[in-house]
Design a protein around this ligand. Structure first.
Ligand code: GLC
Length: 472
């Protein structure tokens, strides 16, 4: 190495050092910025503790109910058919009279289905509130029905021991100051057209309204176990984000009014401590436990029976019981929760199809709930055989094998030698024998570390049979 080369190398190291120092200063400044961005300072352990009931319970009911139950062709009907607020109000508001509404029956159905918590739309995108709000006339108490629907609902569900949650739509297609954006019923084609329509609309005024209403629902109904805010669309033109909602302030207020409440992640506060407790993949099969920065995070998937969330009379795409059960089992097998939606009719009843699905799920849950409540993803050391889903209860050290496709007698579990103390079907506690594989004229050797469970040839009379393995 000659002299000049040496000096350049020295210089380079010097340069690198200065940039490293600069990077550090920048990181510290940024760190401060993000520290300021905290809604609150809660440790991981505190959060885990606060969310313990929820991660244990796993299974809840979503309820989408509003004026859209009357058109009965999707809760986004106002958007799809581009109906101006006034026209929508004129058509439906005066018709809303759910004369058969009996939330005690709803609560009973949720409980019988095995659901442990429930989340109802206090207001959906249409802007109509089920609750008595001081800040609007567009509310249930002013319809022919004339009563606060939320109040009765909360009482009924609490009485059944079901935890309660409120969905609140950040979006509002009725409020005069909510600006027209790309999903609004009055959405436009050009910037100019948007500007023209939005003249005189002031999001600051809407923001205040939204904060006031969230304060109402978190103040007037006692303890609220969950809050479900919906939703932000920050990307692209004519969307809405945390600044439109005033999300930081909003979440700070939420944490102050209901410090125990569990909040979803749709207020556009990703990465902010206290900005949302769990992620919310919706309407698809979640491929694996969702992560943020490589870390597994609490999650809840919300799903419909048939596609739309509000009551839809003519929709014929209802999932069958097995699909619904697999959805629940698979969710828990990846460490998540399932929030399964019902859209009640405008008379206040559950559709017969919803009732029968709930019933069927309840039948299964009564016998097999032990593989759902308190369970999570099984440790990596266990390998699920084809067509099965595992869940695992850490506390009891039991592994649950869900037989999605019922096997033919021999059921081989790899690497389980010496790990099983006792095996039984969960639904009837009947023993499952560990034995040599059965069969004639075959050349089938069990692997050294494998175990064969000897199943009855006939599938037990449960939709998805579960083997409970009590582990050593
Ligand atoms: C979507 C829809 C909405 C529904 C929600 C439930 O965000 O906008 O209609 O309430 O999903 O997660």
């Amino acid at each position: 190495m000659d002299k000049t080369e040496k000096t350049t190398k020295k210089e380079m190291i010097k340069k690198m050092k200065t940039s490293a120092v600069m990077a550090l200063v920048l990181a510290m400044a940024l760190g401060q910025l993000t520290a300021q961005e905290n809604v609150w300072d809660e440790t991981e352990a505190q959060k885990k503790e606060r969310m313990a009931w929820w991660t244990h319970d796993r299974y809840g009911m979503f309820i989408h109910w509003g004026l859209y139950a009357l058109p009965a062709r999707h809760e986004w009907v106002q958007h799809y058919e581009r109906i101006p607020a006034q026209e929508y109000e004129e058509r439906y508001f005066g018709q809303f009279n759910p004369d058969l509404y009996n939330p005690k029956e709803w609560a009973k159905m949720a409980k019988d289905a095995g659901m442990k918590y429930a989340v109802i739309t206090s207001k959906h995108h249409e802007g109509f509130t089920l609750f008595d709000s001081k800040f609007t006339d567009y509310k249930a108490t002013n319809t022919p029905y004339g009563k606060d629907l939320l109040k009765e609902w909360v009482e009924a569900f609490r009485n059944e021991g079901i935890k309660i949650g409120f969905y609140y739509s950040l979006i509002d297609w009725h409020h005069p100051h909510f600006t027209i954006d790309r999903i609004h019923p009055l959405r436009q084609e050009s910037d100019k057209a948007y500007a023209k329509l939005n003249k005189g609309r002031d999001m600051a005024k809407y923001r205040e309204y939204l904060h006031n209403q969230v304060r109402e629902i978190l103040t007037n109904y006692g303890k609220v176990d969950m809050l479900w805010l919906d939703f932000s669309y920050p990307d692209g033109d004519h969307g809405k984000d945390k600044d439109d909602w005033g999300s930081m302030e909003l979440l700070k207020m939420v944490r102050k009014l209901q410090p125990e409440t569990i909040v979803n992640n749709r207020a556009d506060l990703e990465g902010v401590n206290g900005g949302g407790d769990f992620v919310t993949p919706e309407q698809f099969k979640v491929p694996e436990w969702p992560t943020i920065d490589g870390k597994k995070v609490p999650w809840e998937t919300c799903q419909t029976f048939s596609g739309s969330w509000g009551y839809h009379r003519d929709e014929n795409t209802w999932k069958n019981t097995k699909q619904l059960l697999v959805l629940l089992i698979e969710t828990v097998s990846k460490g998540g929760n399932l929030l399964l939606n019902v859209g009640p009719t405008a008379r206040g009843t559950f559709d017969q199809r919803a009732k029968s699905s709930l019933n069927n799920m309840g039948d299964w849950m009564k016998l097999n709930g032990r593989s759902i409540y308190g369970c999570t993803q099984a440790p990596d050391e266990f390998e699920a055989p084809d067509h099965t889903l595992f869940t695992y209860n850490k506390k009891t050290n039991r592994l649950y094998v869900h037989l999605v496709d019922y096997p033919m007698q021999n059921f081989v579990m790899k690497g389980m030698k010496g790990k099983i103390k006792y095996a039984q079907f969960l639904h009837d506690a009947s023993e499952i024998k560990i034995s040599k594989p059965y069969g004639h004229a075959f050349d089938f050797k069990l692997g050294e570390n494998d175990v064969n469970l000897s199943l009855p040839i006939i599938k037990p009379n449960v939709e998805v049979p579960v083997i409970e393995l009590i582990l050593n």
